[in-house]
Write a protein that binds this ligand. Structure first.
Ligand SMILES: Nc1nc2c(c(=O)[nH]1)N[C@H]1C(S)=C(S)[C@@H](COP(=O)(O)OP(=O)(O)OC[C@H]3O[C@@H](n4cnc5c(=O)[nH]c(N)nc54)[C@H](O)[C@@H]3O)O[C@H]1N2
Ligand SMILES: Nc1nc2c(c(=O)[nH]1)N[C@H]1C(S)=C(S)[C@@H](COP(=O)(O)OP(=O)(O)OC[C@H]3O[C@@H](n4cnc5c(=O)[nH]c(N)nc54)[C@H](O)[C@@H]3O)O[C@H]1N2
Ligand code: SF4
Ligand SMILES: [Mo]
Length: 684
């Protein structure tokens, strides 16, 4: 335990580690131990972002379910009843791996590795547990369910057209130089709790939030623009109109660093504030104000992931990305456009090495999450499904159809998780994963430019193993001899750190916990050379055109739902991390019953009172909720945060029972914020 240090009085010691959840913050943690036993998991007061506190959900879960042997999966399991019965018998690791190998090997050797599907996402975001297993799948040539299509792929594709990539945003520390932070379609209060608590309140400039929901972050903003969902491109054009009219456009910047302004400019005159109000519902005066604040600069633009989960989400992201382009708010102190900060793009860590991109012997095979149900129904081409770091039954669209497809006896299913999730219940073999407290790894926040150690602080619960060790053992059980499949953790961690150029090894990083990638704030894109075909910011994009999109983004807006239906948003919940944590009893009490928030006017029209049971339904499914009347809710819009486990709900379903799996215009990605429902009082 190199990171052990004396803490407080007596025999206590503290291990420094890092939270690897899918969260912007990547908080520093201290694991307090006595005689080798963990007493408590608390925040690290020395961590620059979290400053000594964890968020409420992690403070409860890491001192509850995550260390509770009664809740954790402790041994490999084999199915002992019909699929989905949740009945399993414990078996040994050798038996489990031999059985998996017996199913996969003939497929690989018979040239049908493409019928082996793997889905994984960000259950843990540490480098090895998050990426190493892909070495196995790349090597055998399995079909990967494209991870980002369940989350943020439209944004990746869209920003690729404009600035050549989406993994290099701004260094949050440069906020000290900014006059405005615009947070668009993101809810830091839930998704980046410490950015909400410290980073935004300590800004020197103005905060503008664009969100159909009055989130706590929106409530603390200087200006909250509340567009109807899916109307953001029109709103962006309204802002561009005002910037243009007010002479706040940086023509020198446009001439030198952008391509295609002359194609965008003619689109702006009709997009007046009055037109914008009509299309988006945002009052014209607020459009004027927001444009002036952003245009005064220096301005930072944070584009959230919720923003692009729309059928025209790619166009929306491109339209929003016009703001820094036309005002030159990029590459200078206190400016920038941020979606994600990648480990490679902003910290020089070679993640392709970890995931074994070079191990593929045939072209990459992948499908969208939006096509998963159809693919699973095609039994000939879906023989095995391996899930790790993901709980698709809770998170994916077409919930009922997905469960049905996963119930097929012919689909050999393996689920690797810490807990007996709804997805695990549908497995043939369940494997217990070790938690982040139980092995060494590396964490690099996707917002803050930090590099952090995840340090082993306790022995694994039961026989649990880290993902990377599971896949090393599976490779051996399959008789695979490719050395990269068997590589131990330490050399990989050392290579990642060496790539980062920090000049420290993993033991020193463990002592420090978290180190900044650079001592001083970095100005990203300072050279104003962009990895687009032209090397400039592409306002007009030939690449987009070649892919069947307009050359420039369009001032479009979704129509409000017709027929009295409501547009149902199901973004991040403060008390869950996607579906993780719903099994923590204390969180269950905090989160309370599943609610549907709606505008009191809609409620009156629908005959619904506060606290009443309501039914939401559409062609995909139905689900009941407790109604919450909220005057801040926009008419025509409803809110039911994601994150519940199906089997913990009396209805055996969660909000994705209502999700048809619409896809966005770009990247075959989810349009989950476009779900429409009819809401009515629940039948008695
Ligand atoms: N309605 C609706 N649905 C949505 C969304 C929405 O906004 N609305 N958002 C979508 C988005 S953005 C995303 S990213 C997806 C996320 O959906 P998922 O990727 O399914 O995320 P989780 O539900 O957190 O499931 C992660 C699982 O990984 C497990 N896990 C944690 N650590 C480890 C580990 O070290 N090893 C292994 N093997 N497992 C581990 C956890 O216990 C958990 O069961 O959901 C999508 N679904
Ligand atoms: N507590 C907690 N933290 C999380 C997660 C979690 O589940 N819980 N999930 C993690 C994951 S996987 C991700 S991807 C990130 C996501 O974090 P965010 O980027 O914040 O994304 P969301 O929570 O999906 O949605 C953010 C906001 O977008 C708004 N929104 C929805 N539709 C529209 C629209 O049409 N226009 C505009 N302007 N806004 C819209 C929603 O109202 C919501 O407040 O958070 C991560 N952090
Ligand atoms: S989920 Fe986010 S806020 Fe909570 S402890 Fe982990 S990194 Fe911090
Ligand atoms: Mo996500």
């Amino acid at each position: 335990m190199a990171a052990a240090e004396q803490a407080e009085a007596g025999e206590r010691e503290a291990i420094r580690t890092t939270c690897p959840r899918d969260c912007y913050d990547a908080c520093g943690i201290r694991v307090l131990r006595q005689d080798g036993q963990v007493l408590r998991v608390v925040g690290d007061r020395d961590h620059p972002v979290s400053r000594g506190s964890l968020c409420g959900k992690c403070a409860l879960a890491y001192n509850g379910a995550w260390r509770d042997p009664g809740q954790r999966l402790a041994t490999p399991l084999r199915r002992a009843g019909p699929k989905g019965s949740g009945r399993f018998t414990p078996i040994s690791w050798d038996e489990a791996l031999a059985e998996i190998a017996a199913h996969l090997k003939p497929l690989v050797e018979g040239g049908r590795a493409d019928t082996i599907l793997t889905a994984h996402y960000t259950g843990t975001c540490s480098a090895l547990a998050g990426a190493f297993p892909m070495r196995f799948f790349n090597h055998i040539g399995a079909t990967e369910v494209e991870p980002d299509t369940i989350c943020n792929n439209a944004g990746h594709v869209a920003l690729g057209y404009v600035i050549g990539g989406s993994a290099k945003g701004f260094d949050p520390r440069t906020i000290a130089d900014s006059g405005c932070v615009m947070v668009w379609g993101c809810n830091p209060h839930a998704a980046a709790p410490h950015a909400h608590k410290h980073w935004l309140p300590e800004r020197p400039g103005k905060l503008v939030v664009v969100d159909p929901i009055r989130t706590p972050t929106a409530a603390m903003a200087d200006l909250h623009l509340q567009p109807r969902p899916g109307t953001d491109a029109a709103l962006a054009f309204g802002l561009l109109h005002v910037l243009h009219r007010e002479g706040l456009v940086d023509r020198a910047f446009l001439a030198e660093h952008c391509l295609g302004w002359e194609e965008l400019e003619p689109l702006l005159p009709p997009c007046t504030p009055a037109w914008t109000e009509e299309r988006t519902g945002v009052p014209a005066a607020l459009v004027e104000q927001a444009a002036r604040i952003y245009g005064a600069g220096p301005s930072m633009l944070w584009l959230g992931q919720g923003l692009q989960r729309q059928v025209r989400g790619g166009n929306i992201m491109r339209a929003c990305a016009m703001l820094p382009a036309v005002t030159g708010n990029i590459g200078k102190p206190g400016t920038g456009i941020y979606y994600l900060n990648g480990k490679g793009a902003t910290r020089n860590m070679d993640m392709d090495d970890v995931s074994g991109e070079g191990l593929r012997r045939a072209p990459r095979r992948s499908i969208s999450h939006m096509d998963l149900v159809d693919r699973l129904r095609d039994a000939e081409n879906s023989r095995a499904l391996l899930l790790w770091n993901i709980n698709i039954v809770a998170s994916n669209p077409q919930q009922a159809a997905l469960r049905q497809a996963m119930s097929s006896e012919g689909l050999f299913t393996v689920v690797i998780d810490l807990f007996a999730t709804d997805s695990a219940d549908l497995a043939d073999i369940v494997l217990p994963a070790a938690s982040f407290l139980e092995f060494d790894d590396l964490v690099a926040s996707y917002m803050h430019l930090t590099v952090s150690a995840q340090a082993k602080a306790m022995e694994p619960v039961g026989q649990a193993l880290p993902n990377q060790e599971i896949f090393r053992r599976l490779a051996r059980a399959m008789g695979l001899t490719e050395p990269a499949l068997l590589e131990e953790d330490r050399p990989i961690l050392d290579r990642l750190l060496a790539g980062s150029g920090l000049g420290i090894d993993f033991d020193r990083l463990k002592q420090a916990g978290t180190v900044p990638f650079s001592p001083e704030p970095l100005i990203l894109h300072a050279d104003l050379r962009f990895p687009t075909p032209s090397g400039r910011i592409e306002i007009a994009s030939a690449a987009a055109e070649a892919d069947g999109f307009p050359r420039v983004p369009q001032p479009e807006a979704d129509e409000p739902p017709a027929g009295g239906r409501l547009r149902l948003l199901s973004p991040a919940s403060e008390w869950h991390m996607n579906s993780s944590y719903d099994n923590e009893p204390k969180i269950d009490r905090q989160a309370g019953p599943e609610t549907l928030s709606l505008n009191p006017g809609d409620a009156a029209r629908l005959g619904i009172a506060e606290g009443q049971a309501v039914l939401a339904r559409n062609a995909t499914g139905s689900l009941s909720f407790q109604a919450r009347l909220d005057p801040w809710m926009l008419p025509g819009t409803a809110l039911a945060p994601k994150g519940r486990w199906l089997k913990r709900s009396p209805q055996g379903a969660n909000v994705n029972a209502l999700n048809p799996g619409l896809r966005s215009d770009m990247g075959e990605s989810t349009a989950v914020h476009c779900v429409e429902v009819e809401v009515l009082p629940a039948p008695a």
